[in-house]
Design a protein around this ligand. Structure first.
Ligand SMILES: Nc1ncnc2c1ncn2[C@@H]1O[C@H](COP(=O)(O)OP(=O)(O)OP(=O)(O)O)[C@@H](O)[C@H]1O
Ligand SMILES: O=C(O)C[C@@H](O)[C@H](O)C(=O)CO
Length: 335
């Protein structure tokens, strides 16, 4: 059975809104940040990575966001454009805000962390008046991500965009992408995450992210109970990710669907969720089953965790298919 009946006659397949920033990934891997001397610069930010992933997979994409009026901001916009992403609604800050920087520390394939520089970042200054309704009107799918809800005015800009999406019939996907450093309190986080999730057709998050959203709910919560809550709102599909253990999707009809992870020679784990989302959404938008879409997303994730970057490593559909064949032939084994 296929899900997500997409609207017809739209110019764009996919538009994402939110964080556009810079990842500085350690070149000297398997050591702490204190001993890291050089970094490679990439475009970063979860919704940006997903959008780049969708574009690499051949979808017609656009982005809604705000960049700093500096060399970093211009680097981001030109990278998006080189990747075929419509930047009509990427606005430039005029208040002296800066680009968010994520320095990644790769101590080992399983011990990675991110050191964030996010004071007065441009992406959180996107205003309601800067969101172009006509851009939202021309997409089949809108993706929102949690970090953009962390502060005003970006928070209101996202809620307005959700209204536009609903008005114009776009399907809405929420990648929870919870980054604690951007928020001021757990209560505030849970409340805004829940308010947004109520309006979404597909919700994708890790068990820990759903736990954060359920902090006011009493009793033990399992994945099915978590997912069921959202079917009484708008959701058609809820996916709960469990890292290397794989993922489980629940659908409105009461079914569940599982996917295992693919073997990978892991360099670092971040970016797994973004590439998984891109692969999964691509499958769903092509009318594939939930299982097949999850499998494709999992293979895309294995490719990205085996690479140095998140955005730049996003695979084409051909690369994902090739990876799956090589895994099935036993040519790729886990590190
Ligand atoms: N070590 C790994 N090896 C292979 N695949 C992996 C690994 N870790 C994650 N994946 C794949 O990526 C998917 C999403 O990973 P995960 O549950 O870690 O999401 P996430 O926490 O959102 O990722 P991120 O670290 O990017 O925030 C998993 O379902 C799995 O298919
Ligand atoms: O902004 C961040 O939190 C880091 C991202 O830029 C990075 O690309 C990442 O964590 C991918 O999920």
């Amino acid at each position: 059975m296929s899900y997500l009946q997409l609207p017809e006659g739209k110019e764009l397949d996919f538009v994402a809104i939110g964080r556009l920033c810079i990842d500085l990934n350690a070149n000297e891997i398997n050591r702490p940040m204190e001993e890291t001397m050089t970094f490679t610069k990439y475009v970063g930010g979860s919704p940006a990575n997903i959008c780049i992933g969708m574009s690499r997979l051949g979808m017609k994409t656009g982005f809604i966001g705000k960049v700093a009026n500096d060399q970093m901001g211009r680097f981001i916009v030109s990278y998006l454009e080189r990747n075929g992403i419509d930047t009509t609604n990427v606005v430039t800050d005029r208040t002296g805000a800066v680009t968010g920087l994520a320095f990644t520390e790769i101590k080992s394939p399983t011990d990675c962390s991110i050191l964030m520089y996010r004071e007065r970042v441009a992406d959180l200054l996107l205003e309601t008046g800067e969101v172009l309704e006509e851009v939202v009107a021309k997409t089949k799918v809108l993706l929102i991500s949690g970090t953009a809800l962390a502060k005003s005015p970006s928070r209101e800009a996202v809620f307005l965009t959700l209204d536009y999406a609903k008005k114009h019939g776009a399907k809405i996907i929420f990648d929870l992408d919870y980054r604690p450093y951007t928020w001021t309190s757990n209560e505030e986080t849970a409340i805004y995450y829940n308010l947004a999730a109520e309006k979404c057709d597909v919700i994708i998050g890790t068990r820990e992210e759903f736990d954060m959203m359920e902090q006011f709910e009493k009793g033990q919560r399992d994945d099915r109970t978590t997912a069921s809550k959202w079917f009484s709102y708008q959701a058609e599909i809820v996916i709960i990710k469990h890292g290397k253990e794989g993922s489980i999707a629940y659908t409105q009809d009461g079914e569940s669907h599982t996917a295992s992870s693919f073997p990978a020679k892991v360099i670092k784990t971040f970016g797994a969720g973004d590439s998984y989302a891109a692969g999964f959404i691509y499958g769903l938008m092509n009318g594939w089953t939930v299982e097949k879409s999850m499998e494709f997303g999992s293979a895309a994730a294995a490719i990205v965790v085996s690479s140095h970057s998140c955005s730049d490593a996003m695979p084409t559909a051909e690369q994902v298919r090739d990876y799956m064949v090589r895994c099935n032939n036993g040519e790729i084994v886990a590190s």
